[in-house]
Structures are given as structure tokens and as C-alpha cells.
Design a protein around this ligand. Structure first.
Ligand code: NAD
Ligand code: LMR
Length: 337
């Protein structure tokens, strides 16, 4: 049974994500932490008749919120408004993520950390650098959540193909997403080339890629100034967390079906091979990983050998942007020691 803490639990993502976690049979204790409403929401959730407990903690109680947590999920931070890029969130969210990471290192140094807050491409490097400087970084335990891009890649594919022909369920093995989590760093790659050819032949490949890369903008625009994706993100965050929780409870080789997440490549088996195959020194990348006991145990790289020419071009565009985003996070972290 797993003890989970959500940092930023009262927000648009935090609330539905906490609800989904309260329903998960693997969760024994759910702790909610936010600047506001965490006690209220925890009391609310505590009436749900599942086996887990739920408790709320305010800012003075962060140590108690984190003590002994095995999994910490972070959706704390400000979201975009129309006209903003994810990078525009950096100034505020970098400070938030850094201070929360210091608290995690002190009170839950062995926790797996899932970073939802944006910009993921820069904030995960901040978590890395902060933990590293405190001597607490464990590469297999720090993951940036890019699952919403994967979910969108399935949904938008079925939007084109038609729900009558294929259910979303059947298309889940046709395409996935690698790279980073913003604009052109988001790269859909087809694991089933039949669908790639189909989109290419009907001249919709480019518009499909664009929709996956800029899907977040659709929601920001539709919400018209009151935020970005929250409900679909809660589902995405829970989808990843569930996979991790399931792998914690498997006694053998774990859940072998890899899922992409944004990780520090040099610290993980397969990571350096991936850098070599991509011919890059970029150290953080979202690639399919194997999870065992709730930890990333290997990064997949075989998928690079199967990329088509379009996908190779997308990767070439992604890497310099990603490198800049990563450098920005690392520089912030080093400057603010
Ligand atoms: P929100 O404003 O609704 O909620 C954020 C919550 O964080 C608020 O309740 C706020 O009080 C809390 N908070 C702020 N500073 C805090 C701190 N220091 N400690 C604890 N809590 C703190 O925003 P949201 O819509 O839930 O989005 C949260 C973040 O997630 C944003 O940065 C957004 O861009 C990002 N996001 C990421 C993805 C992804 O795919 N990774 C998808 C959607 C949104
Ligand atoms: C998303 O992809 O929906 C999130 O990163 C939120 C955003 O700012 O678009």
C-alpha cells in the first residue's frame, strides 16, 4: 500500500487528480498540500468509501504532508492564459518547484517525484539540479509527466480515422509521443506505420502533428483566460501514476509495457545509448521507459531505428529547443543556490 502526497492539490488539476487517487486501491494514504483549501478538500474526500485515508496540510505543515511519502505528484504552479507560452510560466513556477523540491529532499528523500507543473522541459532539470546539489538525486525516481500528449495523440488519431472504424482502445498501440512537453518538442511517432501512411496519403499528417504539438492551446483558448487543461490532465496524471502504482505491486519483472516520461538520460540504463542514437548531448528527454517497483529501470532506444523520415525531421527540430529549455532550468537552479 502506497502513501501519496499531492503538492498543489487544490488547483484545477490537483482536485480531480486527488479524487482519482482516492479511488485507487493501491493508495493507502493520500495527503493533500496547497496554499489554500487542502484541509477542506481532504475532509471532503475522506467521506468517500474507499480504503485510503485523506488528510490536508497547510503551508506550515509541509513536513507532515511529505514525511515518508513514497510518491509525490506536483501540479503546483500557475497555468497559461491565451497568448502565453509555457515558457512564460517559468519565472513563477521555477521558484515554486525549487522550494518544493528542497522540502521533498528533506522530508521524503526516497519518494518518486512526478512533475506536472509547466514548463516541464525546464522544471524537471530544476528538480534534478536541486536534488543533485543536496546529494539526493535518484535518476529512476524523477519523472516529468508528458502523458497528456500521448493521450491526445490517440484521441486526435481516432478523430481522423473515425470511431466506427477503430476504437481509441485499438489505436493506443499505433502512436506514442517522445521529446518534451511544449510545441515543437512534442513528437508523435507511429509504432504502426499503417496509420502513418494513411495520414500521409490523405494529406492530413502535418495537421495531425500540429494538433498533437499544440493541443494545449485548444484548451487554453476555449477556457478563455481561466486556465489550461485540468480534467484531461488529471486523467493523464492518474494514468501515469496508476502505471507506476501497478508496477510497485508486481513482484516479478514489473509492467513491461513501456510508457514515455521525461527523464534524466545519463543516469539510467539505456539513456546514453538513446543519446548516441539521437546524436545529441541533450540530457533530458521523454522516451518510453520500463517501470519496476515504481522506478524507471530502463530507457528504450530501439524505437529510434524505426523512425520514418518525417519523424527524424521532427526530432531534429525538437532537440535544439529542448536543449535551450533544459539549460534555462539548470542555470536558474545553479544561480539560486
Ligand atoms: P491552478 O492554478 O488551478 O492550480 C495550481 C495550484 O497550485 C493552486 O491551487 C495553487 O494554490 C497551488 N500552488 C501554487 N503555489 C504553490 C506552492 N508553493 N505550494 C503548493 N501549492 C501551490 O493550475 P492548474 O490548472 O492546476 O495547473 C497547474 C500546473 O500544471 C500549471 O503550471 C500548468 O501549466 C501545468 N499543466 C501541466 C500539464 C502537463 O501536461 N504536464 C498539463 C496541464 C497543466
Ligand atoms: C497542456 O498541454 O495542456 C498543458 O501543458 C497546459 C498548457 O499550458 O497547454
Amino acid at each position: 500500500m502506497v502513501s501519496v502526497t499531492v503538492l498543489g492539490s487544490s488547483g484545477g488539476i490537483g482536485q480531480p487528480l486527488s479524487l482519482l487517487l482516492k479511488l485507487d486501491p493501491h493508495v493507502s494514504s493520500l495527503r493533500l498540500y496547497d496554499l489554500k483549501l487542502s484541509h477542506g478538500n481532504a475532509t471532503d474526500l475522506s467521506h468517500i468509501d474507499t480504503n485510503s485515508t485523506s488528510e490536508g496540510f497547510n503551508t506550515a505543515e509541509i513536513g507532515q504532508a511529505l514525511k515518508g511519502a513514497q510518491l509525490v505528484i506536483i501540479p503546483a504552479g500557475i497555468p497559461r492564459k491565451p497568448g502565453m507560452s509555457r515558457d512564460d510560466l517559468f519565472k513563477i513556477n521555477a521558484k515554486i518547484i525549487k522550494s518544493l523540491t528542497v522540502q521533498i529532499a528533506e522530508h521524503a528523500p526516497d519518494a518518486r517525484i512526478l512533475v506536472i507543473s509547466n514548463p516541464v522541459n525546464s522544471l524537471v532539470p530544476i528538480v534534478y539540479e536541486t536534488l543533485q546539489s543536496m546529494g539526493k538525486f535518484q535518476a529512476g525516481k524523477v519523472m516529468g509527466i508528458t502523458t497528456l500528449d500521448i493521450i491526445r495523440s490517440h484521441t486526435f488519431l481516432v478523430d481522423i480515422i473515425g470511431r466506427k472504424a477503430y476504437s481509441v482502445e485499438k489505436l493506443k498501440d499505433a502512436v506514442t509521443v517522445v521529446g518534451g512537453h511544449s510545441g515543437e518538442t512534442i513528437i508523435p511517432i507511429f509504432t504502426d506505420q499503417k496509420f502513418y501512411r494513411r495520414l500521409r496519403d490523405s494529406n492530413v499528417y502535418e495537421s495531425y502533428v500540429h494538433r498533437v504539438q499544440f493541443g494545449g492551446d485548444e484548451v487554453v483558448k476555449a477556457k478563455d483566460g481561466s486556465g489550461s487543461a485540468t480534467l484531461s490532465m488529471a486523467w493523464a496524471g492518474y494514468t501515469f501514476a496508476k502505471k507506476l502504482l501497478n508496477s510497485l505491486h508486481l513482484n516479478t519483472a514489473g509492467d513491461q509495457h513501456p510508457i514515455p516520461t521525461f527523464v534524466y538520460l545519463p543516469g539510467l540504463p539505456g539513456g546514453k545509448e538513446l543519446q548516441k542514437k539521437l546524436n545529441t548531448s541533450v540530457e533530458f528527454f521523454s522516451a518510453p521507459v520500463k517501470l519496476e517497483k515504481g522506478i524507471v529501470v530502463a530507457v528504450e532506444h530501439e524505437w529510434v531505428d524505426k523512425l520514418n523520415d518525417d519523424e527524424k525531421k521532427l526530432i531534429a527540430k525538437c532537440l535544439p529547443i529542448l536543449e535551450k529549455n533544459i539549460k534555462k532550468g539548470l542555470a536558474f537552479s545553479k544561480q539560486t543556490k
